[in-house]
Design a protein around this ligand. Structure first.
Ligand code: GLC
Length: 473
């Protein structure tokens, strides 16, 4: 738990803290009985330093598992082998006096990187996927997939001329040689082959965590052979919340997708700031409408659907190593990892034990049960969006058609056969003109209860309108 689960000590078991394999099987069966799919987070880049593979690897230079991790001699001056920086700050190399070499860790020193260039390690990790697929999991979210291969000769990374310390030390160099190597796509293809062998219709899904610019991101759909089904697209989190910038990005993404590549949109995650904290509560509704009306698989992070905002974590309760290693830069992830509040009972009904992080301060009002009882709540707005999306082929599988707009308005159509929907989102807090096409029309769904005069969009208003079919013209 050095990085809260992202340091796996046994890839084929459940940490006793969370239960047993039998508990896992019950969870999976219970999810399936409810028509839910269950994916696991597969962490292939690094294991825990407590994994027996690493214990063996570090025991001697000629241990058969030595090459399952990345060991290098010191540089001529005795320092680390190259200038690679950990994503959590500091050198990515740790000296191990027992055998007099450094090992590489892209994250914490408790998370040594596995060597995917070693065929035995690679086979052992593919076996891990098979272990869980055989148990019936519906797929994987694959952690830091673009990290798993590094340049074979470990050259220094180029310095980043735009670096400022406030960005976090990882940005002092550009991760040119430590990530996203071309041969990674062969490994991804092997993972995909395995997933596909469990059902021709693609019943098992692979989602890759990949933080890269568009042109590099879309390569994870596959180079030469199919890659992951969904390379996570985190750009809604990072992009400026500005209508023109988002419109340009959506077009660029749609255009960059390979033939048959199915889009994906991520609005929040356990590594990002809460949506309501980032955008404010009023825009959180507009963002929900955007997420659930864009073409592609939406990814919604738990707690964002009840609008949990900024949670201040008292200094003594911070636990995230990201924060503790580079304090005060706002890089910590604890504020987005606080318990989900289900109801007004102790600890929001999340646990009868002591929660690992404090709840948001307004949890007595902002919890699932309270919001379910309020027709105007954010959670009920999400339900309406989801219901509409399921009932509408235009929304679930239809084409995306950009619509020209000005100011803070983002507009697009979704179309399928005769069904045409126009989505208009006011990303700002000022009134904007409504396109003439829908003057006076009543939207199917709106983020606000009180609408404007039928010719304008109120601040923070998002609306979905039905358009007449253009067939027969
Ligand atoms: C991914 C996870 C993050 C974790 C890191 C290292 O980015 O989302 O939570 O700390 O990988 O495994």
């Amino acid at each position: 738990m050095a990085d809260f689960g992202y340091d796996v000590a046994d890839y084929c078991d459940i940490d006793p803290m969370f239960g047993t394999l039998a508990d896992f099987d019950r969870l999976l069966a219970a999810a399936h009985a409810r028509g839910l799919k269950l994916l696991l987070d597969f962490v292939p880049n690094h294991s825990s330093d407590r994994h027996r593979w690493f214990t063996e690897s570090r025991s001697s230079r000629d241990n058969p598992k030595r090459d399952w991790y990345i060991w290098r001699d010191a540089a001529a001056d005795g320092g680390p082998p190259n200038n690679w920086i950990s994503d959590f700050g500091g050198s990515a190399w740790e000296y191990d006096p027992a055998t007099g070499q450094y090992y590489y860790h892209a994250f914490l020193k408790e998370q040594p990187d596995l060597n995917w260039r070693n065929p035995d390690l690679r086979a052992a990790m593919i076996d891990v996927l098979q272990f869980w697929l055989d148990r019936g999991v519906d797929g994987f979210r694959i952690d830091v997939l673009w990290h798993i291969l590094k340049a074979a000769d470990f050259p220094d990374n180029p310095l980043n001329p735009a670096y400022r310390p406030a960005m976090g030390e990882m940005h002092s160099v550009m991760q040119l040689h430590s990530t996203d190597q071309p041969e990674v796509h062969e490994i991804v293809a092997e993972m995909r082959d395995l997933a596909d062998s469990y059902g021709r219709g693609g019943e098992r899904v692979l989602i890759g965590e990949i933080c890269l610019p568009l042109d590099k991101l879309v390569r994870y759909y596959g180079v030469g052979a199919p890659g992951v089904h969904l390379p996570f697209n985190f750009h809604l989190i990072d992009a400026p919340w500005q209508a023109r910038a988002l419109a340009t990005f959506i077009d660029a993404y749609e255009a960059a997708l390979p033939p048959g590549g199915w889009p994906n949109w991520v609005l929040g995650s356990h590594d990002a700031r809460r949506v309501a904290a980032r955008l404010g509560e009023a825009q959180a509704r507009v963002a929900a409408m955007l997420l659930l009306t864009l073409r592609g698989t939406p990814t919604l992070y738990q707690g964002d659907e009840i609008g949990i905002g900024e949670v201040a974590i008292p200094a003594g309760q911070l636990v995230d190593p990201r924060e503790l290693r580079e304090p005060g830069l706002g890089l910590g992830r604890d504020p987005s990892r606080t318990p989900m509040a289900w109801d007004r009972s102790d600890n929001g009904g999340f646990t009868t034990g002591v929660p690992w992080l404090p709840l948001h301060s307004d949890w007595r009002q902002r919890n699932v049960a309270a919001e379910q009882g309020d027709p105007q709540s954010l959670v009920n707005f999400y339900h309406r969006l989801l219901t509409m999306r399921r009932a509408s082929e235009a929304l679930s599988i239809g084409q995306y058609v950009a619509v020209e707009a000005v100011g803070d308005i983002l507009a697009y159509e979704r179309r399928h056969d005769d069904e045409r929907l126009l989505i208009i989102l006011n990303l700002g807090d000022r009134e904007q003109a409504l396109p003439a096409q829908v003057h006076g029309a009543t939207p199917l769904l709106c983020t606000l209860t009180a609408r404007g005069d039928g010719r304008s969009m109120r601040p923070n208003e998002g609306a979905i309108f039905a358009l007449p079919s253009d067939r027969g013209h």
